[in-house]
Ligand binder design. Structure first.
Ligand SMILES: [Zn+2]
Length: 241
């Protein structure tokens, strides 16, 4: 096989961070995540490379349900509006995705379910019961962004359950002083709930070995990955209330 044929047979997949369908794109998004990837993809296409540039709107997650609660509309209304807006902006700016989808599409559910079922059949998940914050007035468990309180590090009274935006500290809802529910303002209670976890720590040796075979990664990306590993990987929750 000639070297050019060898090169042609290499398939390249490019993706950029999925934008959350909870607000419009701004110039910072375009310059940071999409324009550099688009330049790379366009260059590779010119050289005849077998390359695909795939992206889509992320239509699940707390930022979307919070935006819906704020406007008094359904999460579906929010994602339909912003997915359309974001997709149109990408088209107008000329970002040359081969495919721009949305995480609510049937194929996304099929692939996610397949990965989940495969891991479940192999008995990979661990079940753990733990205490989480619960809003007694709303009758709901509160995910991180649904809780605000005082940051234990800097005293900011508007810290979120996952992060204090004033001092940048990562938090868990249980660390907040005087926590309050974003839904009703009620003082949350601790209640026991069962969740399933992916035991990432068990996979650490394999992940480390794989990482050491990577070439040409940017030093800051490699540094970030290595810092997660050096801190030890924790079990990762794959279910939510
Ligand atoms: Zn803080």
């Amino acid at each position: 096989m000639s070297s050019s044929k060898k090169y042609m047979s290499k398939r390249i997949l490019v993706t950029s961070a999925l934008p959350y369908a909870n607000g419009p794109l701004h110039l910072g998004h375009l310059a940071g995540a999409y324009l550099p990837a688009d330049l790379y993809v366009r260059y590779k296409r010119l050289t005849g490379a077998d390359i695909l540039y795939i992206c889509g709107s992320d239509e699940h997650g707390v930022p979307i349900t919070i935006a819906a609660d704020k406007e008094g509309v359904s999460p579906q209304d929010i994602v339909d509006r912003y997915h359309t807006m974001i997709k149109d902006v990408f088209a107008e700016v000329g970002i040359s995705f081969d495919y721009y989808g949305r995480t609510s599409s049937p194929v996304h559910y099929e692939v996610s379910s397949e990965i989940f079922k495969n891991l479940h059949d192999k008995g990979v998940f661990k079940k753990k019961t733990e205490s989480q914050l619960f809003d007694p007035e709303a009758g709901k468990f509160l995910a991180d962004r649904y809780v605000k309180g005082t940051c234990p590090k800097c005293g900011n009274t508007e810290a979120y359950g996952d992060q204090c935006e004033k001092c940048g500290t990562s938090l868990s809802p249980a660390e907040l002083i005087d926590p309050r529910s974003m839904l009703t303002g009620a003082k949350p209670e601790h209640r026991e709930t069962e969740h399933w976890y992916l035991p990432l720590g068990d996979l650490q040796p394999e992940i480390e070995a794989w990482l050491n075979t990577r070439e040409n990664w940017k030093p800051n990306v490699m540094g970030q990955c290595k810092s997660w590993l050096s801190g030890g990987l924790n079990d990762r929750a794959v279910t939510r209330d």
